[in-house]
Design a protein around this ligand. Structure first.
Ligand code: EPU
Length: 292
């Protein structure tokens, strides 16, 4: 199957993925696409299927480690403004799959809509946030999700009501490859109160987590009733280093990558942390970040 020239123009070959992830690590994607509309998106899904090429959706690259050898896939990014729109409609906010979660949070707060303000500073796009049910220890995006518009592998667009979707800790039952749009339902509240709460959360988050470093947020999920960060800390692993990868001194569930770091350094450090926590604390940690 051949692609139309407009769709072809949105696809690049051997794109370095380090440019697209917060870790700034990893080899190239065989194909990398930034479609400009749903028609191009659907066309490229059909093309990838005909070429037997896996499709991988990139969010904001904040929860992702790409291996040094790169990705044999069509990596799709919904950064085009067509997929990033955010609209307020009464007590609902409708956001494109490529919109940043942080922008949705601030839009809701400014419109006097409460719910998501606690999620300030949680990175990622709406698509990534819904797929992994991003959130804090208390709240997650799933709880305000009224409906989600997805694209199937065959390029069909389907609306899925929120109550049909199962949201659990850092996972959801959405299994279609592409999240195009989501509608969130909030409650009305004084925007000044909301802004105050949001600022307070931002300060708390900033005091606990490393910011402005090459990292990917929390590496491991919290095991039921426990905190991965605390387990890693109590295993004495803060500051542990392999090559250019270090366990953060500020929050032990973060790995920081320095200039000379490779994806393989990070992978080896993740392995070491898992082994040590299992040996010392008797707890098996599950990775939160995606590894391609
Ligand atoms: N703690 C330690 N040592 C550390 C880090 C944490 O003892 O090095 C202890 C803290 O003192 C606290 C407990 O662990 O008693 C929990 O720490 P924190 O409040 O930082 O929460 P968390 O469970 O580590 C979760 C999310 C974060 C989210 C914060 C916001 C997960 C895996 N992590 O962290 O999400 O920002 O809550 O409250 O669910 C992410 O998902 O990438 C992420 C960073």
């Amino acid at each position: 199957m051949s692609l139309s020239s407009s769709t072809q123009n949105c696809i690049r070959k051997n794109e370095p993925m380090a440019m697209h992830t917060w870790f700034q690590l990893g080899g190239p994607a065989l194909y990398f696409a930034e479609p400009e509309n749903v028609e191009q998106l659907s066309e490229m899904l059909g093309w990838a299927a005909s070429e037997n090429l896996p499709v991988k959706m990139l969010g904001s690259g904040s929860n992702l480690l790409v291996r040094d050898e790169g990705v044999h896939a069509l990596v799709v990014s919904l950064v085009h403004p067509h997929f990033c729109d955010i609209k307020v409609d009464g007590t609902q906010v409708i956001a494109g799959g490529g919109a940043k979660l942080g922008r949705v949070v601030t839009t809701a707060v400014h419109a006097g809509l409460s719910g998501m303000e606690e999620l300030v500073a949680v990175p990622g796009t709406i698509g990534g946030a819904l797929r992994g049910n991003a959130g804090t220890t208390k709240n997650d995006v799933g709880q305000w999700t009224k409906s989600v518009k997805v694209m199937t592998e065959l390029g069909q667009i389907v609306d899925r009501p929120g109550e049909e979707i199962l949201f659990d800790y850092r996972k959801s039952s959405i299994d279609e490859p592409i999240i195009l749009e989501a509608t969130f339902q909030f409650e009305e509240e004084d925007p000044r109160q909301l802004a105050k709460r949001m600022q307070k959360m931002w300060i708390v988050r900033k005091s606990k987590q490393p910011m402005g470093h090459q990292s990917a947020g929390c590496i491991f999920k919290n095991p039921s009733g426990l905190h991965a960060g605390e387990l890693i800390d109590n295993s004495g692993l803060k500051g542990t280093r392999i090559g250019g990868a270090t366990v953060s001194d500020r929050h032990a569930n973060f790995i920081l990558a320095e200039a000379e770091c490779t994806a393989s350094d990070v992978l080896r450090l993740i392995e070491l942390v898992s082994e040590q926590v299992e040996q010392r604390m008797g707890v098996e940690l599950e990775k939160e970040i995606e590894i391609w």
